[in-house]
Structure formats: C-alpha cells, structure tokens
Design a protein around this ligand. Structure first.
Ligand code: DOR
Ligand code: ZN
Length: 362
C-alpha cells in the first residue's frame, strides 16, 4: 500500500491499494441486480455472490445462468468476476456440488440454517443431513461459508451467533478438521476469540456496518429499520472487538460487506427486511474505521490479501486509489424496480460525511 506524503507522520491524502475483493455480497436478480451490480464492480475485482435468490441457486445450471445475468448487468468494459456459491439444502447432492466446483462454477457452498434470514426457508434443518456434502467439500478443498445463527425461537436474537458456535460450529470443526470454513459477518467478541483460537482452516468476514454501529443505532430517536440486518448488531463492546480484529492484521479476518439491498418500501415497513445496502461506499466505510483505529497501513491486508490467501486464489493485479476528499453520501439512490416501477434504496451512511473517496480508474 502506498500512502502519501511518503514516510511522514501527517495524515496521508491518498491510499493506493492492490485491487480488493468482497468475500460476501448479495447482488440479487432482475432489476435490482442491474441497479446494484455496478457499485460492487466499481470497487472490487471479485466478489463471492450469495445464492439466496428466490428460488435459491442449488444447481450448476442455475449458477451458470445467474453468472451470465450478473455479467450482463455490468457496465461496458468491467473486469469484475463474480464467484458463485451453491445454496445448501437438506437434499442437495454431493455430486452436484463436486461437479460445480470441478467445472469452476461454484467457488464455495453457503450454509443457511433453515429460516435464519432472507430466503433461507430452504436452508439446512440439521447438519447431519448434509454430512456427505461436507465430507466431499473437505476432500476437494471447497470452502463452506456459514450464516452462523441458530433459529430456535427460544434463543434470544442477540445470543443466536454465540449459541451457534457452541452447538454447531465447534463440533463441526472437530468432525471435519480439514474443511475450510468462513464464519460470515461475525458480530461478537466471542466469535472473534473463537476464530482466533481455531486453526488455519477457519476465517471470518467482517462487514462495514458491524464496525460502525452497535444495536443502539436501530433505536436512535425512533425505530430505524435501515440499520436492521442479520446477524443483528450487538452491544458496543462487541463492535469494539470487531474493530480491533479487523484492523489487527491477522489473516483470519477479511473483508465481506454483506451488502444486502432491499427496496426502501421493504425496509421501512411494519415487518421490514433484514439487510444493509453498503456497496456504493463500502471501501470508503472501511477506510474510515481503519483510519480511526490508526491502522490505515493494514487496510490492504484486510481488503486485498487475506481473502485470496484463505481461498487459495491469486492476488488481483492492479490497484485502486482512495483520495481524502470528504463527501456526503446521498440519502437515497433512485432506480427502476421490477416492471420498471421506481425503486429507492437507502445506502449505509445515508446523509453522512465520509472522509475518503474512491478515485475513478485512470
Ligand atoms: O441482513 C441480512 N440480509 N442478513 C442476511 O443474512 C441476508 C441478507 C439478505 O439477503 O437480505
Ligand atoms: Zn449475507
């Protein structure tokens, strides 16, 4: 990473980073895909694209078709590569997963506990049911990406991640010590500690929003549905642990935005959807955190180096530049929804000033 003025203690005005990747994003489909894909492709060279469409991506053929729709939604000349994932269900066949991996279609598999979140109804009801799939993935070195929350109604929503680790993740890692696992979008100090003490086959992604907000954000002066996501933001001590982990330089923590757009009408509703749309300023949002933590020199590791190393993929060629240029994030982004109807998205940091701006590629 190059920062200028080089070697001085003054705040740098420019940050040049190897081009980063987003290891967890929701690009959706149809009109929403067309609206959001350019924002991710502008910043990131690659992204692990979540398969929780309706219906979910459970076959190689569906993934190939989805990959083509993503490419069609990119701006002319974009070099962005979507890395597709398979949505695990109770009945998915290990052969389909293996074939998708062998053919370069599936980079990883996503485990949603059934009913854990958006379009997770077809998720896994019991890990025992996918034992053959997990065994195959372990054998072929295919990463398992986990939404780590239990869904039992009697478990407090703020405890669901910690209970998942204890009941499901820890035993899973013992049963499959060779399986590469990413615990996605971690939200607690306990998750940070668990990932740290595990071996090199466990890593975690951390979102920008969990670094910026704690659970108070959802209730600041009234109910704020645009800060609602899953796993839900936790107490301040957890946010601080996440900031320490992300900026620590440890290779087991890397960037995954979990950018999860929903139309404003679906967020600002009596039963609002979970998800925060952060793609338009994701890297700028992370840069803000790294600067506040005095760790700007470690942003490149988190954003561009640790993820490829864990996935066993090459580093990206080329660089991007962040420029210190305070700017206000628009309160709304306007686009066309299904059937051409107007759709608004409320971006993360709506109406706030961010210090860094991604320079357009030269
Ligand atoms: O907040 C979330 N939104 N969390 C998830 O796990 C899913 C995502 C979505 O797809 O909307
Ligand atoms: Zn997600």
């Amino acid at each position: 990473m190059a920062a200028s003025p080089a070697g001085s203690n003054a705040s740098p005005q420019n940050l040049r980073l190897r081009r980063p990747d987003d290891w967890h994003v929701h690009l959706r489909d149809g009109a929403l895909l067309e609206l959001v894909a350019p924002a991710t492709a502008r910043t990131f060279a690659r992204a692990i694209v979540m398969p929780n469409l309706s219906p979910p991506i459970t076959t190689v053929a569906a993934a190939v078709a989805y990959g083509a729709r993503i490419r069609a939604a990119l701006p002319e000349g974009s070099r962005f590569t979507p890395l597709l994932t398979a949505y695990l269900t109770d009945t998915i066949a290990a052969e389909e997963i293996e074939r998708g991996h062998r053919e370069g279609v599936f980079t990883a598999c996503k485990l949603y506990p059934a009913h854990a979140t958006t379009n997770a109804a077809a998720g896994v009801t019991d890990l025992a049911r996918i034992e053959a799939v997990l065994t195959a993935m372990e054998r072929i070195g295919m990463p398992l990406l986990i939404h780590g929350e239990v869904t039992d109604a009697e478990i407090d929503i703020f405890d669901r991640e910690a209970v998942f680790i204890e009941r499901h993740l820890a035993p899973l890692l013992v049963r499959h010590p060779g399986l590469k696992v990413v615990l996605e979008h971690i939200t607690t100090a306990e998750s940070v500690a668990f990932v740290r003490q595990a071996g090199p086959n466990l890593a975690a992604t951390i979102t920008p929003h969990h670094l910026h907000i704690n659970r108070n954000a959802m209730f600041q002066g009234g109910l704020r549905p645009n800060f609602y996501c899953l796993p839900v933001a936790k107490r301040e001590r957890h946010r601080l642990a996440l900031r320490q982990a992300a900026t620590s330089g440890e290779p087991c923590f890397f960037l995954g935005t979990d950018s999860a757009p929903h139309p404003r009408s679906a967020k600002e509703s009596a039963c609002g959807c979970a998800g925060i749309y952060n793609a338009p300023h994701a890297l700028e949002s992370y840069a803000e955190v790294f600067e506040q933590e005095g760790a700007l020199e470690r942003l490149e590791g988190f954003a561009s180096l640790h993820g490829p190393a864990f996935y066993g993929l090459p580093l990206n060629e080329g660089t991007i530049t962040l420029v210190r240029e305070p700017h206000t994030v628009p309160p709304r982004l306007h686009g066309q929804g299904e059937g051409g109807a107007a759709t608004d998205l409320v971006p993360f940091h709506a109406g706030q000033v961010l210090q860094w701006r991604l320079a357009e590629e030269g």
